[in-house]
Write a new protein. Structure first.
Length: 410
């Protein structure tokens, strides 16, 4: 049995609560005097951004606002923002918005510090040293990018989304103000929250790697561990109770706060443990269907859980309990976890099949092949995955067929 082991990857300072965005000027002035703001066009014209700029100006911080962020963060938009920022010479970068805005801040900070092209940093542990300090302020509750060591972008030359993973990418400060999510529409609330739920589930069920002294230094994502487990369960509990409420009534402040808390906890969980098969499969599906990342991983999650059940029934049982299930029968609770996750996703409007995302049956072999290329995610899955296994998961998820979850030796 592996000894107790834990790794926590987190910002130097995490600030959570309604109204905390008004402290932006105070925390920024402690680390820099010239702040580049990375956001999108909608937020760039918002009252909330003007309020935050006022906070910065009150503390003597000079600002320049880039609204170059586009959905899915194409490489061209990063290059535009970088050119925009270079003459300003910022000493701190602030990402305000959804995951793409925060990832823009991370990537521009990286490229300002170390130069391009971005492709030299693709993968894990390729960033050679510290980047400009980043302050991340989410306006949706889902990606967890405000606390994670990863940034995702769309490489248009490869027609694929790619990731850069390094502890150096973790924002220096995260300010999580649930009031910024009050205007988030129901569909985006659901997709973002479902994304956070998959982060937490995959982190909690991730493989346990051998607990060597070099593990946290050789991998950004170290697999299931003592510390990530606590955040994952907190996220699952909060999201299962409050996400449907936030989708039904966006003005429900308690629900908004708890969903943002769940997203934050999920980010802290997968920022150390990593994600697995559902995320590996979603990348090629997203490239084909152009559907939101959170929609794809959530649609896949029950089928990945069913495949993994023989190898992680105990973890699935704990997930069921975090969602309110009672009982002591591990196998029954493991099955209940899948039932509850599927019901929750259906309640908030997530499609139950890949066909519902617009994927075509003819594309399943290509998706299976491409999914296996995400070695980091495939190797983090609790149950080993071969090409035939991946193809079977995809077929199940396309047809809406849940497999038997009994252990193979039962």
């Amino acid at each position: 049995m592996n000894p107790l082991f834990g790794t926590m990857r987190a910002p130097a300072n995490v600030i959570f609560g309604e109204g905390q965005r008004f402290g932006l000027g105070i925390v920024t002035a402690q680390i820099g005097r010239r702040a580049l703001i990375c956001t999108d066009e909608r937020l760039g014209a918002s009252k909330e951004l003007q309020e935050m700029l006022g906070s910065l100006h009150e503390t003597g911080v000079e600002t320049k606002v880039s609204t170059h962020t586009l959905p899915e963060l194409p490489s061209a938009s990063i290059e535009q923002c970088l050119a925009f920022a270079s003459a300003f010479d910022p000493d701190v970068v602030i990402g305000i918005g959804g995951g793409s805005c925060m990832d823009m801040a991370k990537l521009v900070s990286l490229l300002l510090a170390h130069g391009g092209p971005a492709s030299q940093f693709y993968g894990e542990l390729k960033v050679p040293g510290p980047i400009l300090p980043v302050i991340a302020i989410p306006t949706t509750a889902g990606t967890g990018s405000e606390v994670t060591p990863v940034a995702v972008m769309a490489d248009e030359s490869r027609d694929l989304k790619v990731g850069i993973s390094s502890p150096y990418l973790i924002p220096h400060i995260a300010i999580c103000d649930p009031e910024l999510t009050l205007t988030c529409p129901p569909e985006l609330t659901a997709i973002s929250g479902a994304d956070a739920l998959t982060h937490a589930i995959e982190a909690f069920t991730a493989v346990q790697h051998p607990r060597t002294p070099t593990l946290p230094h050789e991998r950004v994502f170290v697999g299931k561990n003592l510390m990530s487990d606590q955040f994952a369960l907190a996220a699952i509990s909060a999201l299962s109770e409050f996400l449907p409420r936030a989708v039904r009534d966006g003005s429900d402040r308690e629900a908004r706060s708890m969903v943002m808390y769940g997203s934050l906890c999920a980010g802290l969980a997968f920022g150390a443990a990593g994600t697995a098969a559902a995320h590996a499969i979603q990348y090629p599906i997203g490239a084909l269907t152009h559907t939101a990342h959170g929609l794809g991983v959530a649609a896949l999650m029950p089928y990945v859980m069913a495949y993994n059940a023989p190898s992680c029934a105990g973890s699935l049982a704990e997930i069921a309990k975090a969602m309110g299930a009672q009982g002591t029968d591990v196998q029954a609770l493991a099955e209940e976890s899948i039932v509850r996750v599927r019901a929750l996703l259906a309640e908030i409007g997530i499609p139950s099949t890949l066909a519902g995302l617009g994927l075509k049956a003819i594309d399943l072999p290509w998706v299976s092949e491409q999914s296996m290329l995400s070695a980091r995610l495939v190797n983090n899955n609790p149950r080993p995955l071969q090409a035939a296994d991946m193809a079977e998961i995809l077929e199940d998820a396309f047809r809406g067929r849940l497999r038997d979850t009994q252990p193979s030796n039962a």
